[in-house]
Design a protein around this ligand. Structure first.
Ligand code: ATP
Length: 261
């Protein structure tokens, strides 16, 4: 997408191989300081790997990720954690703490930083409507409840960049919609990059859609991509575009089911 503003996060020529298999190949992509970006693509396409590289949590075999003007690998971990909030697909804390303790640990500012700008545990609990879980141990929360808590902890410090790996996967329809709307809204003032499988929500709510397929960026653009034939090809299905004013919705069919009824 054409944008002349400086990039906040940029990847150039990323390549990753695991067990002799190429997982990402020559991936280059840049993101400005604001925007909501949905990363979509079939299972195993490389979405999580790309997010982990962008977060500086993994190192590529080739290429580089830059956070502002610095290679992300050179940014000290504490500073990186301040700049990039990362919500992984799976998270298990080292200790099975109760929510209040978990938030307390997360909300301790790094040494030398004033505590005043950080929200308190009570503020975060109130903001994200987590009162019912305050005294509950992590292991006793359902998958959807854990996802909500995780997001609250990641957002607590208001990082300029939020990377989230399928944050809505375990959420019921209302919570998923609430979450996606909140992430899209956040993209107006911050950079939000979300790997997700719900194409309908991606196209309806996000500014930019990046399709990763077979370790490459297959398409990168705006909502007009919903009409791209490459979308069908990337997912290996046939999409029917169904008019639902003001836009269209995708309904997938398996290719071997033949032509349209
Ligand atoms: N540690 C690992 N060792 C070997 N292969 C790996 C490892 N991590 C990931 N892979 C492989 O890399 C490929 C990309 O994985 P990745 O998790 O990035 O895909 P994804 O697009 O996020 O998939 P999904 O939608 O299923 O979450 C997959 O084939 C996966 O099996």
């Amino acid at each position: 997408m054409s944008d002349t503003s400086p990039l906040l996060l940029a990847a150039r020529g990323l390549g990753v191989s695991r067990r002799g298999q190429s997982i990402l190949r020559d991936v280059s992509i840049g993101f400005g300081a604001t925007g909501s970006v949905a990363i979509i693509g079939p299972n195993g396409a490389g979405k999580s790997t790309l997010l982990a590289l962008l977060a500086g949590l993994e190192k590529p075999a080739t290429g580089e990720v830059r956070l502002g003007t610095h290679p992300v690998a050179d940014v000290p971990a504490a500073e990186r954690a301040q700049s990039i909030g990362f919500m992984p697909q799976h998270f298990e804390p080292h200790w099975d703490l109760v929510l209040e303790e978990l938030l307390g640990m997360r909300l301790t500012p790094p040494r030398g930083q004033a505590a005043g700008v950080w929200p308190t545990v009570d503020e975060v609990i109130a903001r994200h409507q987590l009162e019912a879980f305050r005294g509950r141990r992590w292991s006793t929360l359902s998958g959807g409840e854990q996802a909500r808590v995780l997001l609250a902890t990641v957002l607590a410090t208001d990082p300029p960049i939020l990377l989230a790996d399928e944050p809505g996967a375990a959420l019921d329809v209302r919570h998923r919609l609430t979450l996606v709307e909140a992430l899209a809204q956040r993209g107006r003032t911050r950079l939000v990059i979300v790997a997700m499988h719900d194409l309908d929500l991606a196209f309806r709510h996000f500014d930019r859609i990046v399709v990763v397929a077979d370790g490459r960026i297959a398409i990168d653009g705006g909502e007009e991509l919903i009409h791209a034939a490459l979308l069908d090809e990337s997912f290996g299905v046939v999409f029917d575009r169904i008019g639902v004013p003001p836009g269209v919705m995708l309904r997938a069919r398996l290719r071997q089911q033949g032509a349209a009824p």
